[in-house]
Structures are given as structure tokens and as C-alpha cells.
Design a protein around this ligand. Structure first.
Ligand SMILES: *Cc1c(COP(=O)(O)O)cnc(C)c1O
Length: 414
């Protein structure tokens, strides 16, 4: 598979990697929760991890393993584990790898639900330091003896801050801190997480990978770049397989078997179908986002437009270097305060007023009063989120139709 480009690999992955029965091109959906064995010795060996197999579908099933094989190959990782949602993947990593007394460093610019999850970690005795990840020195200065893990997103939602991933990866490497990267905004067709020395990749499959707003899912991939022998929190019980799999074994046992945040087998198929067109959708949506951001930047009624593809974006050069000449499909803006942004959004006729992102359709959302509402004014201020900030998740419609819609929405409100 390696010799093909990503687009080609995505289209043929299921067929070539999983070899579905009778020449099928899609892995079939497994309906069984339980699995029968000819001999009880075999059942015991699968339970003990001595031979591969399935015992109960909360822990694994053929459909999910098929999807994991594709996702792992896509990231060139050593192992991937799917979860019911992106949030389940994030919480499984934190709850399975950390203990009370540990310290973690986390980006100040986070997806709202991830931020509220991080804020709750104090209840479990895990100390969190929030840093501005556009400045790698902030990460370096926050490292302590008890620091186990660093977590950030590649392009932050909704402010579009780009983390200084290369410098941060180097710092984590030098200090042997586990670098966990949420690359939901920049799937592997945009960012090679290994090139920035990330150790674990977390992706919400709900967003760009599945892409059509019809299925939830999350995945954690171990990129094979971390030496698990140096991680104090791996239980002796899970140091059974090859060293490269110690971390993922613990994440699976605790995140799936013990917590139960399992992806439904029937969800694997729509996610795999979405992946087949990921490159094309990402390309079109990124091109549309750039054109839309340039259009908005020209119009004084948009007082600020955040998009890494604009040359005046503070991390434009970094983004250019990191993301293969694309800048993603999320942008955000504030309208001039004399314009009622709610009336403006209500006037949009094609664009949906909806939460979610990474969809084929273009979506608009005022973020302070919705996904960041619970975080309160002080945290929103720290995260750079103004009351009238609007996030746009740009879809794959014809760009002219999008520009027309954002233009006509000003009528009758000024
Ligand atoms: C949506 C999102 C998540 C959570 O994913 P779900 O599948 O909705 O649980 C995590 N991180 C980022 C950056 C996201 O955009």
C-alpha cells in the first residue's frame, strides 16, 4: 500500500488491508456480541492475550478491527483503537494513562467540551496547567517533575491558533513527556503527526474522516514514537506484549473493557466510506475556506477574520510549513458591533445554523452562547472568545453560492 498516494490508499484500503470475504470491497458489519470457541483452551488463550481473537464486542469485534487496521495504516502507526466518540477517545487516554498526583500541560485553546473535561480532572487529583501553545517556551517552562503528558490541538477551534508543533514536539521529546495531539482539524492528508514527533494521535472520526454528519466515532493511534518502558503508569499486567504496544494495551483494557466507550460495529462502515473521499473533501473545503476568508477580509463589516491561510494570521508561515499548503476548513469572525450578528446569521439561507464541523455542508455557530457557554466569561476571555465570535465550518458547496449567501445576509439589517 505504501507506494500509493493517500487518495489512492483511502479508496482501496478496506479491500487491500482487510480482504473482505468473497471479494467484497467493504468489511461486513459484525452482529455478534459473543464468540464461540471449539476448545476452551483457545477461549482462555484469547482472554489472556496469547493469541488474537475476540471474546466480547465491548473489547473488540471484527468490524471495529477492520476499521482500526485502515486508520492505523493511514497514520503509519503501530496500533489504533476506536471509541464511541472523539470525547470518549480523549477521556479514555487520560483515564487509562494518568493517576492522582500526575501533572499535565494542556493548550489554553481547546474545543469547548475538551476544556470542560480537562477542568474536571482536578476532581481526580490530576493537576492541569493551561498554556498558550503558539509559544513553545510556555510549554517548556510548565514542565515539572510530575509532568506526564502534554495535550493540544493542531489548529484550535474556533480561534484558529496554530500550535508551534515542531518546537513543542522537540521539547516533549527532550523531557520525555508524552505528546498527545488532537489532529481532528488536520487529518493525515494535511499533517503527518510523526513529523512533529507526536506520540499519540487522537481524532474525532465524527468530523472530517466520516464527513457527512451521520455517525459518531473517535480513534487513538500510537505512532510508535514513544518508549513505554519510561512511562511509570503502565501496569505490570499490561507489559505482556511487545513494548511498543504497552500503552495501547492499557488504553484498550481500561478505555474499552473497563469504561465501555466502545464504537458500535455498525458505525465502522459509514466511517470507512467517509474516509474514501477524505482527500477530495479536505481539498475542496480548504479551498473554499481560503476564498471565503479572503472575501470576508476585504469587507469592513467583518472586523476580524481568523483563518491560518490569510497572510496576516499570526501563525500563517508556520501553518504553511506544517499543513502541505492547505489551511483547513474552519474560520471564525466577529461582525462590526453595530451589526446584530444574530440577525445576520438568521438571514443566511444556504448555510446552516448548527453545531458540528467537518461536514460537507457549511455551518455557522455563535460560540460564546453555545459550546463555550458553560465555560463562563472569564475562561472565554482567557481563550480569546468574544461574545459575538461566529465559527464557520466550511463545506464543499460551490464557492460562489457560499459568497452569495454571506453577502445577501447583510440585506435589511444595517
Ligand atoms: C468534535 C471534536 C472533538 C470531540 O469529538 P466527538 O466525536 O464529537 O466526541 C474533539 N476534538 C476536536 C478538535 C473536535 O472538533
Amino acid at each position: 500500500m505504501k507506494k500509493y498516494s493517500p487518495q489512492t490508499r483511502h479508496v482501496h484500503a478496506d479491500r487491500l488491508i482487510n480482504k473482505p470475504e468473497q471479494g467484497g470491497v467493504h468489511q461486513s458489519t459484525s452482529n455478534s456480541v459473543l464468540f464461540d470457541f471449539e476448545a476452551v483452551e483457545e477461549l482462555e488463550a484469547v482472554f489472556q492475550g496469547k493469541i488474537p481473537g475476540h471474546v466480547y464486542s465491548r473489547s473488540s469485534s471484527p468490524s471495529i478491527v477492520g476499521l482500526q487496521n485502515i486508520l492505523c495504516e493511514m497514520e503509519s502507526g503501530v496500533a489504533s483503537t476506536c471509541f464511541s466518540t472523539g470525547m470518549a477517545a480523549i477521556s479514555a487516554v487520560f483515564f487509562s494513562l494518568l493517576r492522582s498526583g500526575d501533572h499535565v500541560i494542556v493548550s489554553r485553546y481547546l474545543f469547548g467540551n475538551t476544556r470542560s473535561f480537562m477542568d474536571a480532572l482536578g476532581n481526580f487529583g490530576i493537576c492541569v496547567t493551561y498554556v498558550d501553545t503558539t509559544d513553545a517556551n510556555m510549554v517548556k517552562n510548565a514542565i515539572r517533575q510530575e509532568t506526564k503528558l502534554f495535550f493540544c490541538e493542531s489548529i484550535a477551534n474556533p480561534g484558529t491558533q496554530v500550535a508551534d508543533l515542531v518546537a513543542i514536539g522537540e521539547i516533549c521529546h527532550q523531557h520525555n513527556v508524552l505528546f498527545v495531539l488532537d489532529n481532528t482539524m488536520t487529518p493525515s492528508v494535511m499533517l503527518d503527526s510523526k513529523s512533529v514527533k507526536a506520540h499519540l494521535n487522537i481524532t474525532s472520526l465524527t468530523k472530517y474522516i466520516a464527513g457527512h454528519g451521520n455517525v459518531l466515532g473517535g480513534v487513538v493511534t500510537d505512532l510508535g514514537t514513544f518508549d513505554w518502558r519510561t512511562f511509570q503508569n503502565i501496569s505490570a499486567k499490561y507489559k505482556v506484549s511487545d513494548v511498543s504496544l504497552w500503552g495501547m494495551t492499557q488504553i484498550r483494557k481500561r478505555g474499552l473493557r473497563d469504561i465501555g466507550a466502545t464504537l458500535a460495529p455498525a458505525s465502522a462502515h459509514p466511517i470507512a466510506i467517509g474516509l474514501e473521499t477524505l482527500s477530495m473533501r479536505m481539498q475542496t473545503a480548504s479551498q473554499n475556506a481560503l476564498a471565503l476568508a479572503e472575501f470576508m477580509a476585504e469587507d469592513k463589516r467583518f472586523v476580524s477574520v481568523n483563518y491560518p491561510g490569510l497572510s496576516r494570521h499570526p501563525q500563517h508561515d508556520l501553518a504553511k510549513q506544517l499543513f502541505c499548503g492547505r489551511y483547513g476548513a474552519i474560520l471564525s469572525f466577529c461582525l462590526d458591533e453595530t451589526i446584530d450578528f444574530r440577525r445576520y446569521l438568521n438571514n443566511l439561507s444556504l448555510v446552516l445554523r448548527a453545531t458540528h464541523l467537518g461536514d460537507t455542508r457549511t455551518l455557522a455557530l455563535p460560540v460564546a452562547s453555545t459550546i463555550f457557554y458553560e465555560n463562563g466569561p472569564q475562561k472565554r476571555n482567557e481563550m480569546g472568545i468574544k461574545d459575538n465570535l461566529v465559527r464557520i465550518s466550511v463545506g464543499i458547496e460551490d464557492i460562489h453560492d457560499l459568497i452569495d449567501d454571506f453577502t445577501q445576509a447583510f440585506e435589511n439589517i444595517e
